[in-house]
Design a protein around this ligand. Structure first.
Ligand code: GTP
Ligand code: MG
Length: 237
């Protein structure tokens, strides 16, 4: 059972000054409005209404925090979450690029998102949620370029792959990988970017996303496959 299934609502924030003072690692879900952030959080946490998902774009209008650990789920379900037992936080960010949001509100959120991803020390990694039919719009690139200089990992999830046929989905993934590999740091080294296809509707890519997110936020040890690989006896040339 995934540890993400323990998630429960923690707090809602509207201004950076109100961000929780917790020190545990957090992982944020960013992406265009309607890309499927809240839906992805719900399905990964195996809960129908944890994050508010909706057909109306611009639904998530605050920063919503969900905690892993510290809550006695089950018979003690109504207990207060024990702050010192929280192990990680999942963060549902407001979507960007929603045309109907007024100018001043849009600016408020642009600034807040930029400041949050660039400066939040506890932020361990970003999950960039992208509609597989519209990969890397200007605002996604903006998000990537804000966050990449931190050197922290970005896991891109191409959602709604059920809306593409197999071929188109494979092409979308390949093209998105090419865009990501075009980014290198000042030394010419690749950034820690990873990417996958995902469908909440058809439950595609769930295990991969769960493993990656759990690893990035420190709930499971990093890259078991790398350790296995290292344990292989060296082959002679
Ligand atoms: N077919 C399909 N629809 C999906 C998938 N994921 C999300 N959706 C739908 O897309 C719509 C938007 O999903 P949300 O999860 O609310 O999107 P969001 O990114 O949280 O949007 P904001 O809160 O506005 O930023 C909903 O109608 C979902 O049911 C998917 O994998 N496949
Ligand atoms: Mg949402």
């Amino acid at each position: 059972m995934s540890q993400l299934w323990q998630a429960r609502f923690f707090t809602t924030v509207n201004h950076l000054r109100d961000l929780p003072t917790t020190l545990v690692p957090e992982i944020a879900f960013a992406g265009r409005s309607n890309a499927g952030k809240s839906t992805a959080i719900n399905i990964l946490c195996n809960q129908k209404k944890l994050a508010f998902a909706s057909k109306t774009p611009g639904r998530t209008q605050h920063i919503n925090y969900f905690s892993i650990g510290g809550a006695q789920v089950g018979q003690h379900r109504k207990d207060e979450t024990k702050l010192d037992e929280i192990r990680a936080l999942l963060v549902d960010l407001p979507g960007y690029g929603y045309a109907e949001v007024s100018g001043s509100a849009k600016l408020h959120w642009q600034k807040l998102l930029g400041d949050y991803v660039q400066h939040r020390t506890q932020l361990a990694a970003l999950v960039l949620i992208i509609d597989s039919r519209r990969p890397f719009t200007d605002l996604d690139i903006q998000m990537l370029e804000w966050f990449a200089p931190t050197g922290k990992p970005i896991h891109c999830i191409l959602t709604k792959s059920d809306k593409l046929n197999r071929n188109d989905a494979a092409n979308a993934l390949r093209e998105a990988k090419a865009i990501l590999s075009g980014y290198v740091d000042a030394q010419g080294a690749a950034f820690p970017f990873t990417i996958q296809l995902f469908s909440a509707l058809k439950r595609v890519g769930l295990e991969e996303a769960d493993a990656k997110i759990s690893e990035l936020v420190g709930l499971i040890p990093a890259a078991v496959h790398a350790v296995e690989h290292a344990a292989q006896p060296a082959t002679s040339p």
